[in-house]
Design a protein around this ligand. Structure first.
Ligand code: FAD
Length: 306
């Protein structure tokens, strides 16, 4: 940590409502289970503590990364200079509002899916089994099986770069495949409302169960990964191209292309981010050589090299 960062640390620990850690290994906060330390990791107690934090960090111009539950993140081995603000488990609570559910951004997608099924609300079946937070799912416009968060979204509440809380109706927001305007790290998503339709609870539950079962068949869900590494290229499927490169099971250090799903890289125990990045580069080259298509990564890559 630089002297300036130590000063900021001393200041942040004095702000009520913040839990502040130093030199926090990001391996503990990512589903990949790897990545170097963040100078500081801050968990805000509520939206007002978060607003105070955002204002102070803007004043001192320190690099800041907002994360959900780290299920779509690859943090490089040198870690993150500056502050990581973790929302998972912090901004919680799900409340019904007619056929809408209003959720804190730190709730897990699993929790809101479960809540919807219990109340007989349909629309989130596609999301069953996607890990991570509700906030992260909006930022990434997470989706599966033809569904995506943008289709059920009603509004988003976010804290802007000056610490103000803003309300954004769906109609004002642009989404695309795995893309939202909340990417880029300037806004923090704090609350989300999804609009659902009434249905028999058993039917909703069964469709969610089927989605999770199918996922377990196809994906290495019990291993450390960050989900699909690459986005689908326009008009095709990344998985189809990757299958044909015959790279399943290939290893660099402790990272391996999953033998179960060619678009997943798993940490077999001792992987470094450099191992994962090397595999990514190798696979990108193979696909480009064979099909003339450059695959873009879906995962968010951050931090600095060791
Ligand atoms: C086994 C497995 C299966 C997966 N399957 C799918 C799938 O089917 N479909 C799919 O779309 N994804 C899938 N993913 C990827 C991942 O689960 C989703 O992208 C998820 O929505 C990310 O949520 P998160 O809270 O973990 O976000 P993080 O990984 O913590 O962050 C993702 C991005 O969003 C930003 N961010 C997160 N929260 C906030 C916030 N509150 N405010 C501002 N910025 C924020 C971060 O800076 C980062 O850029 C899978 C991952 C795994 C490990």
């Amino acid at each position: 940590m630089s002297i300036a960062t130590v000063d900021i640390y001393r200041e942040l620990v004095q702000i009520p409502g913040l839990t502040v850690g130093r030199d926090e290994p990001m391996a503990r906060h990512t589903s990949f289970g790897l990545g170097g330390p963040a100078d500081m990791l801050v968990i805000p107690e509520d939206v007002s503590a978060l607003s105070r934090l955002v204002r102070r960090l803007a004043d001192v111009e320190v690099e800041t990364l907002y994360i959900g539950n780290g299920t779509n993140l690859l943090v490089r081995d040198g870690g993150i200079r500056g502050v990581v603000v973790k929302i998972a488990g912090a901004l919680m609570g799900i409340t019904p509002d007619e056929h809408r559910l209003v959720s804190g951004a730190g709730e897990s997608l699993a929790a809101i899916c479960h809540y919807a099924a219990q109340r007989g609300l349909s629309g989130l079946e596609f999301a069953a089994g996607i890990p991570g937070t509700v906030g992260g799912a909006i930022v990434m416009n997470a989706g599966a099986n033809g569904g995506e968060m943008a289709q059920v979204l009603d509004w988003v509440e976010a804290v802007n770069p000056t610490g103000q809380v803003e309300h954004h109706p769906r109609a004002e927001l642009d989404f695309d495949y795995r893309r939202s305007q909340f990417q880029g790290g300037r806004w923090v998503v704090t609350r989300v409302a999804v609009a659902l339709s009434p249905a028999a609870p058993n039917q909703v539950r069964y469709r969610m169960y089927e989605a999770v079962e199918e996922r377990c068949q196809r994906q290495p869900v019990s291993e450390c990964s960050a989900g699909c590494i690459f986005k689908h290229p326009p008009g095709d499927y990344a998985g189809r191209l990757l299958e044909e490169t015959e790279t399943k099971g290939m290893r660099v250090g402790g990272a391996m292309i999953s033998p179960k799903h060619a678009n997943f890289i798993v940490n077999t125990g001792e992987a470094t981010a450099a191992d994962v990045l090397e595999l990514i580069r190798h696979v990108q080259e193979k696909v480009e050589e064979k099909f003339g298509v450059r695959l873009d990564t879906e995962i968010c890559i951050c931090g600095e090299d060791a």
